[in-house]
Design a protein. Sequence first.
Length: 406
Amino acid sequence: MKNFLKETKELIFSQGSIAVISILQVSFTAKILGPSNYGIIALYLAITATIFRLLSSRNSDLVLLFAEKDKRIQINNFFKLETILGLTSFVLVIVAIGILDDFLSLNFNQYSVVIFTFVFSRIFTNYAEVFKGYFTHIGNLKLYSYFESGTVVIRFLLVITFLIFNPTVEMYFLAISTYSIFSGVVSIFLVKKFDHFQLDSKIQFNEFFKLIKNSFLKLRIDQAIGVIPSNLDILIIGYYLNSFDVGIYQFAKKLLEPVNYIYAAFSPWMLNKLKQDITFKFNFLTTKVLIPISALLTLTYFFGGEILISTLGSNEFLNAYQPMLIMLLGYLFFFLTFWTRHFLLIKDSILSHTKARLMNTLTFLITSVFLISQFSLAGAAIAVSLGIFVQKTMELRAVNKLRKSS
């Protein structure tokens, strides 16, 4: 336990700080803008995140896998890749917003200038994937932690400053745009500073892409399957209900973000451990760390959830309590078994994870429309948790099968 804390203290501090700051940002934004405007923001964020994640999420794994596999591959190749993917995502997001404008009542004409700015700035956050992969590879988790927490502090300060100056949806997106550009520029600077290779690639970009193509496509399929339930719930609620309900539901999801941040704190450490020793045992981590944290989170949300909602939001958001508790069940099951994906990745069995995510998506799609129409926000939460249970159960079976065969 002592070694675990020593190795992860910076990550835990970093993600803990991020969780607190993010909750404070959610609280301030929700209070000052109200459920309807907060729902409009959630819809735009969901559309943008879905498309950008389809092309770029988890590309840090590519950097981690290929950093040592072929010495001809330079970090500069990955920055070029993220630029191309970012520009493609930008075009697709704008097209998607144009198509969904009437269905979701996005009022795009009112927000068009800031939305164009926001979506374009999102390209810069792609560069953070290169940063994460590179610094996980070299084992510099301390700087990784400082970057993560530092950029979140900047985002928090920008959102607070912009909304105090003028509490509108437009100012929120301008704040996030400024943050995205800042974090992207810092990512490039830090990687270039610590990368000891030449800036010019030793191979052409087309040759580089041929080398990584198979792994890239596997990763993209995996992310494409998994990204649907994580954002589609917002869009379905926006279609069947309204922006006010979207705001309530998004607030419930955001209150559960600490679970994701704790998982994120342990992920680089877990990847680094598995890379060094694939026979690493998970019993200690589960019994001594994950289960106690899960129990504490359960008690906190169950007994203090309504107080948390009214304090961080307002009485308008109290309907978030029930969907929050339902989603908590799925989030905690994911948290207790988060390491399965990392094991499958390192064992080059990411397709097992992809199949599990596909079943998550299918479970969500089959159940969500019916459940949302029947049970409103609670129905969306049930569909999300059911999908997570199916996915992680399949991943556990795949891990056990691999361990028995090795």
